[in-house]
Design a protein around this ligand. Sequence first.
Ligand code: SFD
Ligand code: AMP
Length: 622
Amino acid sequence: MADYRTEVVECDVLIVGGGMAGCGAAYEAAHWAKLKGMRVVLVEKAAIERSGAVAMGLSAINMYMGMKWGENTPDDFVHYVRNETCGLSREDLTYDIARHVDATVHMFEEWGLPFFKTPEGRYVREGRWQVMIHGESYKPIVAEAAKAAIGDGNIYERVFVSHLLTDADDPNKIAGAVGFSVRDNIIYVFKAKAVICSCGGAVNLWRPHGVGEGLGRAWYTVFNNGSVYALMGQAGAELSQMEHRIVQTRFKDGYGPVGMYFLMFHSKATNAYGEEYEKTRLHELAGWQPYAYASPMPTPLRNHLMLRDIQEGKGPIYMRTAEALQNLMEGADSTRRRAVESDAWEDFLDMTISQALLWASNNIDPAVTDSELVLTEPYLMGSHAGTCGAWCSGPEDVSPSEYFWGYNRMTTVQGLFAAGDGCGLSAHKFSSGSYTEGRLAAKAAVNFAYDFPNAPNVDGAVVEQIQRDIWAPLIRFEEHRGATTRDEINPNYLLHKQALHRLQKIMDEYAGGWGSSYMTNEPMLNRGLEQMAMFKEDFAAFGARDLHELLRCWEVIHRAHCGETHMRHLRHRQETRWPGYYYRGDYPNLDDENWKHFINSYFDRNTGEWEFRDRPYIQVVP
Ligand code: SFD
Ligand code: AMP
């Protein structure tokens, strides 16, 4: 393996990750930066046309108020999210997205994204907050606008960002990022006055259901490896609610989402004996009041009731697609019947093609045969029904002083902003809200770079050390490859896949993965953290055969940081607020009296010590 060369890129605002939030940030930053003569650069590990969670497309936009039709208000949305998160969301952040999200969605339509429409021109609703799209090309449409806005020359694709840089004069101020190309032997040093971190959530941290030939299949995109939390956490940003993972109810093996089936087709989920666990077990949620009996029932509580059925041996759980589709087709002419059938398949062809393939290969016609549902391995993400992410400032006109420190969506590190899965406590933003949040962060980031115009001071020695660290696995492999006849078996190095399996085993067994029925407790977490510490020691032994494997090594390193952060947070919160996501066996109940507040962690990269800081929940919207 040849040595690398270094390329330095200087800009005012750097966007790390070109998914929904990153593309929104690029579009908005370009507008404000142009007025101020600034340079905006976006760096992405893949190619933004098909990167991130929306790479395959989506069949719905899950956050849309419909204000121009008088359908919902931002206040309504805050009430919904407050209950969905069992009381713990930042209402200033949620409100801020809600008041702007419709404008974003209308832009998508202008750019050519096809929507399902009613005869009077409204978007067809899948549910109260969700609208339906023919969304196979959602990401290319959004990416095209981002590219046009900041210009091809400012987009660095196939570059994996492994480190954020802080300023040599002020360790709590951002200075840029370092990443490496996954195609050429180049390490990039980005120098920036403001950085927006929007690298999606964390997937494949726990052992997934699929092993062997199915390994890697997951609901959320496997390319989101937790960089967003690792990068910001290691740069000293406070992370919040990192215990609040999500577990999804999904169609078995293909991981097809359930929203359209539940909301639009009014499909029922039952156990093998036809019992609807959401009804038969409702009384079991008495301990999770006042959240449990609201409508809709919070996502984790729905999961919890399903898990109870499974644990009592009443599985498999089925989505009763046949009854639901037959109801819709009853009395309909052949055109209408065909349309229902087409929507049923398009739901998956637009966003989870593997589910459609699985149906085809198993001879499943959803109008005839029901499909099994399962609970997935957990994910860390702040854009769906979970709140983990960076602790960010809210907007000046809405946020109380405890939640506002100068620039919207700025983390506790000066000049470092977060959006999408990366920004904590503004759950249920999904694709449209993530894009909107990227826009909000970008406007503020441009202002920050304008207010603090001095060039960042990057410590050359720090950068050199980072570059050596990045490249080390390639060198180690070269040095030791001759020691054995097979690359995979060598006492001198650890390959990325071996490391990934080890991490997933630790997380599954000690940090409440599906293999442990999502159960953990303090002694389990202590033991898991001991295992994690030994695992981290072995990072020094990583070996990589090529740039692809180098990428995989760094993905595991980021995942491991997320895993450790998560376990520490799980240990700190001494209650079970979200059963169905995870259970603290030693504190099995909801405890609003002692734990209705946010938990933030701070990681000191110099000492390796962690500190927990409790932050108040303040009701912002009446
Ligand atoms: O129903 C680095 N999502 C849905 N949203 C909807 O609005 N409607 C739906 O129908 C949705 N469904 C759904 C969804 C996702 C998936 C995978 C499926 C189904 C199958 C959720 C949204 O997609 C999600 O909320 C947003 O995309 C989140 O936005 P953001 O920007 O936080 O994440 P991203 O889009 O994945 O982008 C992250 C980017 O960062 C890159 N990246 N780049 C450089 N260096 C690194 N170290 C990096 N690490 C990551 C990634 O490549 C990516 O481009 S339903 O099931 O919920
Ligand atoms: P999913 O397909 O599970 O990712 O969900 C898509 C959207 O539908 C999200 O906004 C979910 O919160 C919502 N959703 C899914 N299932 C239900 C349900 N049973 N009741 C209410 N909302 C749901």
